[in-house]
Design a protein around this ligand. Structure first.
Ligand code: C5P
Length: 405
């Protein structure tokens, strides 16, 4: 999304750093958390201060950094010399990034011999760890046993990722990038309205080839569909996104199936739909495909402009809605005029319980949109907002409908 949403507004986070090269990523993470509205209190282990200085972290977070349990400065606005209690009491979560193998082992045993470990053991809020270590340290049976125990203790692990490591080796154990930790945290705080549900979303335009280099497509950017896939994932659903060609990165945690034509989109949807609870059809599917696209480029100097012969594409949404036991189906209608009438007619024709109408001139390619919801209950308007904000509101509407479905 082009605009920065303040998805963490009002959230206060303790960001703990333990010793690891990935500590440099904590500097950017601090900035990004603040961009999204969070306040950040940094706590560092002694080892972490060898990798990045408290001065840097204080400058970025705008708050004094705590490193020692013997630090007698006021913490969390209280001067009782109990930073290990006070700092977590005001936090919505503690995030330890990087979390070293040693720190994870300590947590498993409930050991608390420095401020950060004591803070974690004495916490009354969720704890999330972003492990960062060499691949052999991560694969070590002791670390893997600890991972199982930490999860069993209700601690959330973010990553690690796989890839190049500071030591020159390649493998699992690399700390997630700042933007990935940010997105995991935003997801963590979203209400889990679709927990355990399977959601299938189509998005973007389709591309119907004329010859190997030309085709028929439309102005759909895919932003609304991608935002819905993201919002459903944030709400705890398993999400598959079937997308026509777009310039967008798939939302984190969503499985992406890339297609070009309407026929390919139909095939991908039908292969997935069996396990689906909710189908949200956002794609701007081309109404017609070119019959017999040429396998060689049409030459301009062949004389008269080519005559194209068209054939109607399948209606993917209607095909799904008319299955013997369809998932809960949500359609979209982009209209240029007479929205109410066209959208309600389309809802009836396609046999879907919920149809979302928007004006094409407002919606296509834009970061914001305004939605009209048509259902048996009548018409509801979702006021103009960022597409992700609207997608989250829509997910809440869908979750509500599912509970009655
Ligand atoms: O009929 P119209 O194209 O306006 O309908 C829009 C809705 O139907 C959208 O939800 C779109 O994803 C879906 N659709 C489809 N297959 C088509 C045409 C539209 O799934 N061939």
């Amino acid at each position: 999304m082009a605009t920065t949403l303040r998805d963490l507004d009002g959230k206060h986070l303790v960001l703990g750093l333990t010793g690891g090269i990935a500590a440099y990523k904590a500097a950017e993470l601090t900035r990004r958390l603040q961009d999204h509205g969070a306040t950040v209190q940094i706590v560092m282990t002694e080892a972490a201060t060898h990798f990045i200085t408290p001065v840097t972290m204080q400058a970025l977070s705008g708050r004094p950094v705590f490193t020692s349990q013997w630090d007698d400065r006021s913490a969390g606005g209280i001067s009782n010399n109990m930073a290990h209690i006070n700092l977590s009491r005001e936090a919505d979560a503690i995030v330890v990034a990087p979390a070293s193998a040693d720190f994870m082992a300590k947590l498993v045993h409930g050991r608390c011999d420095d401020l950060l470990s004591t803070l974690c053991i004495a916490r009354a809020c969720p704890l999330l760890l972003a492990p960062a270590m060499n691949r052999e340290m991560w694969a070590n049976p002791a670390t893997q046993r600890n991972v199982v125990q930490l999860r069993a203790d209700g601690i959330t692990l973010l990553g690690p990722a796989s890839g190049d490591q500071a030591c020159g080796e390649i493998g699992d154990g690399r700390m997630l990038e700042a933007h990935e930790i940010l997105s995991e945290l935003i997801t963590f705080f979203q209400p889990k309205l679709l927990q355990g549900k399977q959601v299938l979303v189509t998005a973007g335009p389709t591309f119907e080839p004329i010859d190997p280099v030309r085709g028929i497509t439309n102005l759909s950017s895919g932003k609304m569909g991608y935002a819905i896939a993201q919002a459903a994932h944030e709400a705890g659903a398993r999400v598959t996104l079937v997308s026509g060609p777009t310039a967008l990165a798939p939302p984190r945690g969503v499985s992406l199936i890339k297609v070009q034509t309407a026929q390919q989109m139909l095939a991908a949807v039908m292969a997935e739909v069996g396990q689906t609870d909710v189908f949200v059809s956002v794609a701007a599917v081309a109404d017609w495909a070119v019959r017999n696209p040429l396998t060689q480029k049409i030459k301009k100097d062949d004389g008269a402009p080519p005559r194209l012969d068209f054939l109607a594409n399948p209606d993917i949404l209607a095909s799904v809605a008319n299955l013997a036991s369809p998932p809960y189906c949500v359609g979209f209608a982009a209209e240029t005029n007479d929205l109410d009438q066209n959208a309600e007619t389309k809802r009836q024709k396609k046999n879907v319980p919920l149809l979302i109408g928007n004006l094409a001139q407002n919606a296509l390619g834009a970061d914001e949109n305004e939605l009209m919801l048509y259902s048996d209950a009548g018409i509801t308007r979702l006021a103009r907002a960022d597409k992700l904000v609207l997608a989250r509101q829509l997910v809440a509407v869908i979750a509500q409908a599912l509970s009655k479905h």
